[in-house]
Design a protein around this ligand. Structure first.
Ligand code: PLP
Length: 367
């Protein structure tokens, strides 16, 4: 039961200290056919880069505790979350804007940039669901192919900028390829590119790497927006919680694009996110399990003579060029939900790294 913010935060702290050493494999909601790992005939979702283990135990408890105060607006809890995020990223509360998932942040930034018309620069392939709405409004897309190693081709992206370009989107690590650019190179890129347009860096998967976020640059650069999410390593995709980190003047501008800038999160989602930030053990365990299971997946795919791109994320990008069977039919027959072909040349597809049990099922389905 929620008593006061202070008491509740204290409880979260106590719960963090008291959490047992049980493996994440065993804490998935029992009996929930959507994702209970013990139910063998449920569909295996290897499609959306969701966390197969989460939410964390602390987030689950916080969500349950906050159902009963869902008759109240979320303002106070959102404030607590923003303060916690500011502390984590060593910025101020004024540098943060929360949204219903990072999709809302991408959408707000895109609509803000598109309001000036013109064009935006984006890699191909990358995460681009958020672009369709602004494209319809006349915001012109300038697609830039990835480099041969499937990394963002930063030089080519800079060269693609036109006089009317207002936005450059950079997904690092990139979805669907799982590649990262070196931080030093990124810092130089951001310095150059932000002279020309807003640079929107999507760090949805950065928690699966050792790379430091670019958010330390925002106090000095009004044209840099970083999009972050609780949907991946924190396992809160369904709680729809994300945020932007940017210069405070830029956050103020972005906030004008929404009717109620602090209104997107439910009380339950905000509580889950706050509790998740206090569960470092869960994040570490997820990081380690992902490394282990991803290694297994890549080794097995390579054993089938399929070329894989080294992954820095919770998914693997691989080529079906040498594959002699009907991959998508096999997925369907085995009740496994995968993705699609992202690049016809080389027949590149992506598979999310699930639990070890799920990946064994996947490998035996396609072997
Ligand atoms: C690169 C990237 N950015 C953003 C998102 C959207 O995440 P959210 O659930 O925070 O809206 C995804 C989802 O898969 C993604 O892959």
């Amino acid at each position: 039961m929620y008593t006061s913010r202070r008491t509740w935060l204290k409880q979260v702290g106590l719960a963090t200290a008291g959490i047992g050493a049980s493996s994440l494999e065993t804490i998935a909601a029992p009996g929930n056919p959507f994702w209970d790992n013990t139910i063998d005939d449920k569909p295996v979702r290897l499609v959306a880069n969701e966390n197969p283990y989460g939410p964390s135990p602390l987030a689950r408890k916080a969500m349950a505790d906050h159902i009963s105060i869902s008759n109240r607006y979320n303002g106070e809890l959102t404030g607590v979350l923003v303060a916690a995020l500011a502390k984590k990223h060593e910025v101020t509360a004024g540098n943060i804007l929360v949204g219903a998932g990072s999709t809302e942040i991408l959408d707000i930034t895109a609509r803000f940039s598109a309001s000036k018309k013109g064009s935006f620069v984006i890699a191909q392939p990358t995460y681009d669901y958020w672009t369709y709405v602004v494209e319809k409004s006349g915001f012109r897309k300038i697609g830039v192919p990835l480099a041969a190693d499937k990394k963002n081709d930063l030089q080519a992206m800079l060269c693609a900028v036109q006089p009317d370009t207002n936005l450059i989107y950079l997904c690092n690590p990139n979805n669907p390829t799982g590649t990262v650019c070196d931080r030093d190179i990124l810092v130089t890129f951001v310095k150059e590119a932000t002279k020309k347009a807003i640079v929107l860096v999507d760090e949805a998967y950065i928690d699966f790497t050792e790379q430091q976020s670019l958010c330390d640059l925002v106090p000095y650069n009004k044209n840099l927006v970083i999009a972050k999410t609780f949907s991946k390593i924190y396992g809160l995709a369904g709680a729809r919680t994300g945020y932007a980190i940017a210069h405070k003047d830029t956050i103020e501008q972005l906030a004008l694009m929404v009717s109620w800038p602090a209104g997107s999160l439910s009380v339950v989602s905000a509580a889950a996110a706050i509790a998740s930030l206090g569960d470092e053990k869960f994040v570490k365990e997820n990081y380690n399990l992902n490394q282990l299971t991803r290694k297994y997946t890549i080794e097995q795919l390579e054993r089938l003579r399929l070329t894989c791109i080294p992954s820095n994320t919770n998914f693997v990008y691989f080529s079906l060029d040498n594959y002699k069977k009907d991959y998508f039919a096999l997925l369907k027959q085995n009740n496994i939900i995968g993705t699609r072909i992202y690049e016809e040349q080389g027949k590149w597809t992506r598979i999310t790294v699930g639990t070890m049990k799920e990946m064994k099922k996947f490998i035996s389905a396609v072997a």
